[in-house]
Design a protein around this ligand. Structure first.
Ligand code: MG
Length: 311
């Protein structure tokens, strides 16, 4: 008999579609459609949504409307956990003006990715983040840290856990309030997840401070998620419709899809606060409004077949 011992009773689904997802789609959505998407996600009960990135607008045109978007979302900020990525001091300055209550910084554990994505070194990028994190915390904002390429890097191959743990320790020392471990190219298998969580635990970084961010490029995202849950993780990142693809592999499959995650969690009796039917309505709305491909297997199975929707 299946033994559910050790699984959490509740999990926080951290929705990254409007930021991580759209950042990696070629189609650019209007501010109006983004606002519609975010409001629907909140309406479906998503407890945390990453909505924007304060990067230089010319670097990521898909996210260049961060200010306009946050102005539209301003009434929601006091009641809902909405966050935005800030790559540097300039990004934080812009974010602070919008009234957002949570920001995120995006660190790399490998030199190759730091050079390719942050145009810096690992140490150099961390030095940029230290005053940004401090200023955000002084302004009473929560700060989420991301570490990308936690399990493998397209240039360097397998990544040593020590590299991840060193960066994690530094980010927590600087003041982050949560750390999301990213399998950016989707190569991890469950044993890798256990090894990394154990290595972090050995340095005193508790599971309760961690989130997991899996990509389904190699079909491992839900297996890795279940393993992380059994290991005590209670925050899982996902993207509506699996938006985002994989920027580093010629694969249409990238971010773990929110619909697939919620289907698994609810199937296990784990509460999320999410109305699955409303989530599926959002997937359908997104497809019909934008033409974007919905890559969630659960959504594809159920979107146009209401008789099979449970709950
Ligand atoms: Mg991602």
């Amino acid at each position: 008999m299946f033994d559910r011992k050790g699984l959490p009773k509740a999990v926080t689904v951290y929705e990254v579609g409007p930021r991580d997802g759209l950042q990696n789609e070629t189609q650019v959505l209007s501010t109006l459609v983004k606002v519609g998407l975010i409001k629907r996600l909140i309406g479906a009960g998503l407890p945390a949504v990453e909505v924007a990135s304060f990067v230089r607008p010319d670097l990521i045109p898909a996210l260049e409307d961060a200010e306009e978007l946050l102005a539209e979302l301003a009434p929601l900020l006091p009641k809902h956990r909405l966050s935005a990525l800030v790559p540097n001091q300039r990004g934080l300055d812009r974010a602070l003006k919008t009234g957002i209550r949570e920001v995120a910084v995006f660190a790399s554990a490998t030199e190759s990715f730091a050079r390719a994505n942050l145009n810096s070194t690992v140490a150099g990028s961390l030095d940029i983040f230290t005053p940004v994190i401090k200023q955000a915390r002084d302004a009473d904002l929560k700060v989420r840290g991301y570490i990308s390429m936690c399990f493998g890097d397209p240039w360097e191959g397998k990544v040593a856990t020590k590299q991840i743990v060193d960066v994690a320790e530094r980010l927590f020392a600087d003041g982050i309030t949560e750390l999301s471990l990213g399998d950016t190219i989707g190569v991890a298998t469950p044993g890798d997840v256990i090894d990394l969580l154990d290595a972090l635990d050995a340095r005193g970084i508790a599971r309760s401070l961690l989130a997991v961010h899996f990509h389904d490029t190699y079909g491992q995202a839900l297996s890795n998620t279940l393993t992380a849950l059994q290991e005590g993780i209670t925050t899982v990142d996902s993207s509506i419709g699996g938006l985002g693809g994989c920027p580093f592999a010629k694969s249409a499959t990238g971010n773990l899809a929110t619909e697939d995650l919620v289907w698994q969690l609810h199937g296990l009796g784990i509460s999320t606060g999410i109305d699955f039917t409303a989530l599926l309505d959002t997937s359908r709305w997104l497809r019909d409004t934008t033409g974007l491909a919905i890559r969630s297997k659960t959504a594809v199975a159920l979107m146009d077949n209401k008789r099979m929707v449970e709950e």
